[in-house]
Design a protein around this ligand. Structure first.
Ligand SMILES: O=c1ccc(O)c[nH]1
Ligand SMILES: [Fe+2]
Length: 349
């Protein structure tokens, strides 16, 4: 249901407080032509009400002629910040950035975070921001799961639909998303509530079956007939099934870049307030549908870039694909069984 501007400002005050914004801090609000002006204004007002030094950085929109669709995750890597070193310096000067235009999966985001600046992404509709307000409990649960993922050497994912996927882990860090950026150099996304890492390069193997009801982002579609992905040495080698398989093959082939078939972040959802059904109640241009990435007990895998963790795969095509009903085992020990979180106990809602 609609959220008032006053409520949106109060929500930002809460989330910026969780992000340790106070009168000792400087906050840059990063925006572009397509930013939601209500979110920009609420972030500026809230940061100022918390006593921070606030400033705006506005970048002309970046349009790549080959990008399709309005979802900001559909074309990754180059952003309105790419090549604008003066603006990047202005952003690095801040203690914290509220990003209303999406730097995610860009090398510039990594460079900014390395200076100790915190970044909070906030691009979802205000109604979604309200329904999935971050809490300290979310952070405790996600971090409990991260303690387990950090020490995992292998992941195996199976499902009744026929998924039988494995990879080794350890080459890349564990990334947590709990909805506020409270530590130096931390990136987070409001709303969220999940965690992931990347498979060791070349180690992802097996089959992932998208069953009826699983989700394809940024298409924002629920799968209606099974799609089977065959993965060898870290890359998707074959995609077969019916219409959705053909659509996915055609979309990925459009980028004419072999790196689009690389497996990107893999992890699982821990947000009970995110709903599998929410995507069906929104238009395709209503944000990027974080409900689908964060819903409790999903197995979220993705394809394409690994720049977020210093990898060299900077391909613009990024698919986020959450599956339901999977078993996820780390070093042979279950964390999710049949789409329900079973361990660690402190991560269960
Ligand atoms: O929060 C996000 C959003 C998109 C993505 O690819 C990862 N995490
Ligand atoms: Fe992703």
């Amino acid at each position: 249901m609609p959220v008032s501007d006053r409520e949106l400002t109060q929500m930002f005050e809460r989330v910026l407080t969780l992000s340790k914004v106070d009168k000792t801090q400087s906050v840059a609000v990063l925006k572009s032509d397509y930013s939601n002006p209500r979110i920009v204004r609420a972030a500026m007002d809230a940061a100022q009400r918390l006593g921070a030094n606030v400033y705006g950085v506005e970048l002309p929109a970046f349009n790549h002629p080959r990008a399709m669709g309005m979802d900001m995750t559909a074309y990754c890597g180059d952003t309105p910040l790419t090549g604008n070193l003066a603006a990047q310096r202005a952003l690095e000067a801040a203690d914290m950035i509220v990003d209303t235009m999406m730097l995610l999966h860009s090398p510039e985001q990594e460079q900014i975070l390395k200076t100790g600046t915190r970044i909070l992404l906030a691009v979802e509709p205000p109604e979604v921001l309200a329904r999935i307000m971050p809490t300290e409990e979310d952070k405790i649960r996600v971090n409990a799961a991260a303690e387990r993922l950090k020490r995992a050497h292998s992941i195996a994912v199976t499902s009744k639909a026929g998924s039988d996927f494995r990879a080794t882990l350890g080459q890349y860090p564990t990334v947590t998303e709990y909805g506020f950026a409270d530590e130096p150099g931390r990136w987070d996304h409001w709303p969220s509530g999940f965690l992931f890492s990347w498979p060791d390069e070349g180690s992802a193997e097996g089959t992932l079956v998208l069953d009826v009801g699983d989700i394809l982002l940024p298409f924002k579609t629920y799968v209606r007939e099974k799609v089977t992905l065959e993965i060898e040495e870290g890359f998707i080698r074959r995609i077969h099934g019916g219409f959705e398989a053909e659509y996915l093959r055609d979309y990925m082939a459009y980028f004419k870049d072999p790196e689009v078939y690389g497996i990107s972040h893999i992890g699982w959802g821990l947000q009970p307030r995110a709903q599998w059904t929410a995507m069906g109640l929104h238009d395709k241009n209503d944000g990027m549908c974080m409900d689908a990435r964060a819903f409790y007990g999903n197995f979220l895998f993705s394809t394409g870039p690994n720049t977020e963790v210093g990898g060299s795969r900077k391909t613009p095509c990024h698919m986020d694909i959450p599956l339901r009903g999977c078993d996820i085992l780390l070093d042979g020990e279950p964390v999710v069984l049949a789409g329900d979180v079973v361990a660690p106990e402190a991560s269960r809602a």
